[in-house]
Design a protein around this ligand. Structure first.
Ligand SMILES: Nc1ncnc2c1ncn2[C@@H]1O[C@H](COP(=O)(O)OP(=O)(O)O)[C@@H](O)[C@H]1O
Ligand SMILES: [Mg+2]
Length: 341
């Protein structure tokens, strides 16, 4: 899917309803971008820290939220100590003011909400905690909030990822990473479907899906696309509703070759496979080469794009982000002029 069409996809209905319920005029809420993936060590933190610095250098106010529960280390990448309280304290209701988690990153325009010093039961975060975080993020006085989400398909990770209007999936082309990425996407879309039908407004849709899974058709339902297609055949109105609910999030793939050579054919083939399997447009944003300067920068506790801005990996990251931001700006520019996109 080309990147402009990808940005032109509708925004999430959930965000529109959030805005509708506001009683007072508020500043535009920040754009929330999530960076995740099924596997650890594939470069999610590298992508998040580099994207934060890139956006901040464009004059945007940026907050990075270290949401890698239990293994948060964004503060180390920036070479700072972090905050006294952690994201887990907020999620468990021990700290009520989200701003208490925020510290300066040392880079102009860029702050961090730190997750270090997590309590040991941090993995037990419930939906209420995630909902509180979502509310705090929508009110945060930034242009962009970037969520660095930990690996795996836990419900809290998926729900956090679904909070964003734009999601970046970081993967390598190694079979283990590919397997985990597809699994992550499958769990993400099923979770999105579950969240959509659990919404009380959509009880009819819930019934329709229940019928779909309990009648003979369920044997033919193998992919997320199958579910949508079969539901449309069975109940066109609810099928279209679910299609709309599922299509609201933009997901891009960044292939980071953390431990091997770049396979340039991999991103486009993953893009095609995702379209077939999930029936949702997922854009391949770009490839990052394996580069020794990355681990060098981690050891020096200085973000790669500041430590070695001319390195191959830093240049490739910049290319990905420029592509993302310029496509986003072109689309919103045309929207604000009233053109249909
Ligand atoms: N493009 C790359 N080239 C070389 N090493 C990399 C690259 N990307 C990541 N790494 C190595 O992998 C480690 C894990 O990266 P990180 O961004 O922390 O992954 P994640 O957040 O997905 O767990 C880094 O500390 C670095 O040593
Ligand atoms: Mg990480």
């Amino acid at each position: 899917m080309d990147i402009l069409s990808w940005f032109r996809q509708k925004s999430k209905p959930a965000e529109r309803s959030e805005n509708r319920t506001m009683l007072r005029p508020v500043a535009p809420r920040p754009k929330i971008w999530a960076i995740g993936g099924g596997k650890g060590g594939v470069g999610k933190t590298l992508v998040t820290s580099s994207l934060g610095i890139f956006l901040a250098s464009c004059g945007k106010r940026v907050l990075i939220v270290d949401a890698d529960f239990g293994a948060a280390n964004m503060h180390t990448i920036f070479g700072i100590n972090g905050s006294k309280t952690s994201l887990s304290n907020f999620l468990k209701g021990e700290v009520l003011d989200f701003s208490n988690l925020i510290v300066e990153s040392g880079v102009m325009n860029l702050d961090l909400a730190c997750g270090q010093k997590d309590s040991l039961d941090v993995a037990d975060i419930n939906e209420k905690g995630i909902s509180m975080l979502r509310t705090a993020l929508f009110r945060a006085p930034y242009d962009y909030v970037l969520l660095d989400i930990g690996p795996g398909t836990g419900a809290s990770h998926l729900d956090l990822f679904l909070t964003a209007e734009t999601g970046l999936l970081v993967t390598s082309s190694e079979p283990t990473s590919v397997e985990n990425s597809y699994r992550f996407l499958k769990c993400l879309f099923l979770r999105k479907m579950r969240n959509a039908v659990n919404d009380s407004d959509h009880s009819v849709l819930k019934d329709a899906l229940h019928r779909l899974f309990t009648n003979n058709w369920s044997q033919r339902v193998k992919t997320i696309s199958d579910i949508l297609q079969q539901l449309k055949l069975m109940d066109p109105q609810n099928g279209t509703l679910l299609d709309e609910l599922m299509g609201g999030m933009k997901i891009g793939i960044i292939v980071n070759s953390a431990s091997g050579a770049v396979d340039t054919g991999f991103g486009p083939s993953m893009e095609r496979a995702c379209a077939d399997y999930f029936g949702v447009g997922i854009a391949h944003i770009g490839d990052i080469a394996r580069d020794e300067r990355v681990s060098e920068s981690v050891r020096l506790k200085k973000p790669l794009v500041l430590h070695a801005p001319e390195s191959e990996a830093a240049m490739a990251l910049k290319k990905c982000f420029s592509k993302l931001v310029s496509s986003e700006e072109r689309v919103s520019d045309r929207t604000s002029k009233g053109m249909v996109i």
